[in-house]
Design a protein around this ligand. Structure first.
Ligand code: NAP
Length: 285
């Protein structure tokens, strides 16, 4: 039997619609959400991501301003720009597109962003809030994964959840969010022994590794829910995930495709965070 497909395009469209409604409500109160995006250098993938963010803002009714800085920009100049955006009352959220050119210290740059404007949820204060269950921003891709699970009817509470990958951007925060939803969470990584055996116990598997065929059908329990975060290229150069989709869908209960699964959720959750930022700036949260 073939698994149910979890449709990231449809679910992300719902979330963007909800954000658009909230943006309109804020505007009716005289509050205009605005995202400032900073891009340093000419990395082509980053340019595509920044353009997609601008387009999403437009569609949702969030104003966006882009700062495209030269690849040789000095750290001081970037930090001064962030400081001025922190002070600017018309700016609700600030996003610095990563990765930065090598001469710039990413940690220093993230620390410079006002935590109340940190829509990527990378600032240690917001990472701490995630651990302690505080209000405010949630990291975009991990929050998108939780939304995919909940809105496709998967109950997380009481379930055995296995997260493969422990990066600060996906693995660790998604594990924390699954725990907040009362899942029982195991985090696996490159040094994990018996990955297949651990995965076979799972009701929910989230794979965030970045390698094709990390999850194969023999690692999946009948009816398990599979979330594939990976974005890889197969031998034919096509975009694919970490999961052997063709085989695993025969065993799983539900599965996200790549593309069209987790991918579209990240920008949708960013839009949600821009609304959260505007609310935080205006004492509405
Ligand atoms: P990352 O920083 O490279 O982390 C990869 C993780 O996988 C590491 O924790 C690593 O373990 C673990 N790992 C590597 N080989 C493994 C193996 N054989 N078995 C078990 N674990 C293994 O990557 P990331 O930034 O988290 O991204 C992961 C994937 O998600 C990438 O394909 C990326 O493009 C994709 N992604 C997609 C979105 C989206 O919006 N769809 C967003 C972000 C990322 P160690 O810690 O031991 O090295």
């Amino acid at each position: 039997m073939s698994a149910k497909r979890i449709d990231g395009k449809a679910i992300s469209a719902q979330i963007k619609e909800e954000a658009a409604k909230e943006a309109a409500e804020l505007k009716a109160k005289g509050i205009e959400p605005c995202l400032a995006v900073i891009l340093v250098g000419e990395d082509s993938a980053s340019q595509v991501y920044v353009n997609n963010k601008k387009k999403a803002c437009e569609a949702v009714g969030i104003r966006s301003v882009a700062y495209e800085l030269d690849a040789e920009t000095e750290e001081g100049e970037l930090l001064r720009l962030i400081a001025s955006l922190n002070m600017d009352k018309t700016i609700s959220g600030i996003l610095v597109q990563l990765p930065l050119p090598k001469h710039l210290d990413e940690t220093k740059v993230i620390l410079a962003i006002d935590p109340k404007k940190d829509v990527d949820c990378f600032h240690p204060i917001n990472v701490g809030n995630l651990q302690t269950g505080g209000k405010g921003f949630l990291p975009c891709t991990p929050a998108g994964i939780i939304a995919l699970l909940k809105r496709s009817g998967t109950v997380i509470e009481g379930k055995r959840c296995v997260v493969i990958g422990r990066s600060n951007i996906v693995g660790k925060p998604v594990a924390m969010l699954l725990l907040r939803e009362n899942g029982t969470v195991t985090i696996c990584h490159s040094k994990t022994k018996d990955l297949a055996e651990i995965c076979r116990q799972a009701d929910i598997i989230v794979s965030a590794v970045g390698k094709v065929h990390t999850v194969t059908a023999d690692m999946v329990k009948d009816g398990a829910v599979i979330i594939d975060v990976g974005m890889n290229r197969n031998e034919a150069g096509q975009l694919c995930g970490d999961v052997d989709f063709a085989q695993v869908q025969e065993v799983a209960g539900a599965i996200t495709p790549v593309p069209g699964g987790v991918g579209p959720m990240t920008i949708a959750m960013l839009m949600k965070n821009c609304i959260t930022a505007a609310k935080l700036q205006n004492g509405l949260l």
